[in-house]
Design a protein around this ligand. Structure first.
Ligand SMILES: Nc1ncnc2c1ncn2[C@@H]1O[C@H](COP(=O)(O)OP(=O)(O)OP(=O)(O)O)[C@@H](O)[C@H]1O
Ligand SMILES: [Mg+2]
Length: 226
């Protein structure tokens, strides 16, 4: 945990250092573009600008959400239903998202946007692992006597996102939540690092277990400290 925090700091520091020169690079390419008469040459400057924008978006994700968390009383199932609607709206044929909610789960004091983002990152990973074909289960439970870090909680909410995909590649398991660790060609490896960070701000933690045909990410969110 300590090690990944240090790495997180390092990545954030680097991201910050990249931001300014990147802005200069983009500005200069734009100036150059306005001076170029030949459209064939302008194609090169637009590549520079587009790639600078892509890098900028990556850096913004590395820096994570800004601003203070806004805590409100919320219902976890409402958060899950929202994510479910968002993902289904993307129109993956052959994807089912089943729910198994514990209706007795108490409301929670939390930042809604942060929770939506964290759950969305995990559900998106499941969709990608399934390649659009399979089932995701959204499950909620309460757990008693949960220890997170060194803090013991009498009661915690558990949100489980389960899929029946191929499982997390063996080589990634140890470092899954470390920024930039990815198993996908188009992946940036930030989704889980961000999700862990957001849940951590609520005093919670994300755990996972995975084997072929069954991968479960468990978000533990404390409800009561003891
Ligand atoms: N449900 C899952 N099943 C199988 N592999 C998974 C699952 N969730 C995550 N992974 C693996 O963990 C890697 C890291 O996930 P993470 O969300 O951090 O980054 P990413 O999805 O690669 O990129 P990004 O989310 O930033 O676009 C993924 O690339 C994938 O290989
Ligand atoms: Mg991801």
């Amino acid at each position: 945990l300590e090690q990944s925090r240090a790495l997180n700091e390092l990545v954030r520091g680097l991201a910050h250092e990249i931001k300014n020169p990147l802005g200069g690079l983009r500005g200069a390419a734009q100036l150059l573009e306005s001076e170029l008469a030949d459209p064939a040459l302008r194609e090169y400057t637009s590549v520079i600008i587009e790639e600078a924008d892509r890098l900028r978006a990556l850096v913004d994700r590395l820096l994570g959400p800004s601003g203070l968390p806004r805590r409100e009383r919320l219902n976890l199932h409402e958060v899950l239903e929202h994510v479910r609607t968002l993902v289904l709206a993307e129109g993956h044929l052959g994807l089912r998202i089943e729910r198994d909610y514990d209706p007795s789960i108490p409301e929670l004091e939390a930042d809604r946007d942060a929770l939506v983002q964290a759950v969305l990152n995990i559900v998106r990973n499941a969709v990608e692992a399934l390649a659009g074909e399979g089932t995701i289960w959204l499950q909620t439970r309460t757990e008693r006597q949960v220890t997170i870090g060194s803090v013991r909680h009498r009661l915690a909410a558990s949100v489980r996102i389960i899929d029946n995909g191929p499982g997390v590649p063996e080589a990634l398991r140890e470092r899954l939540f470390v920024p930039l660790v990815t198993g996908r060609a188009q992946g940036t490896g930030l989704g889980l690092a961000i999700a862990q960070n957001l849940v951590g701000r609520h005093g919670g933690i994300i755990e996972f277990e995975s084997r072929p045909g069954h991968t479960c990410f468990n978000l533990l969110l404390p409800l009561e400290a003891s």
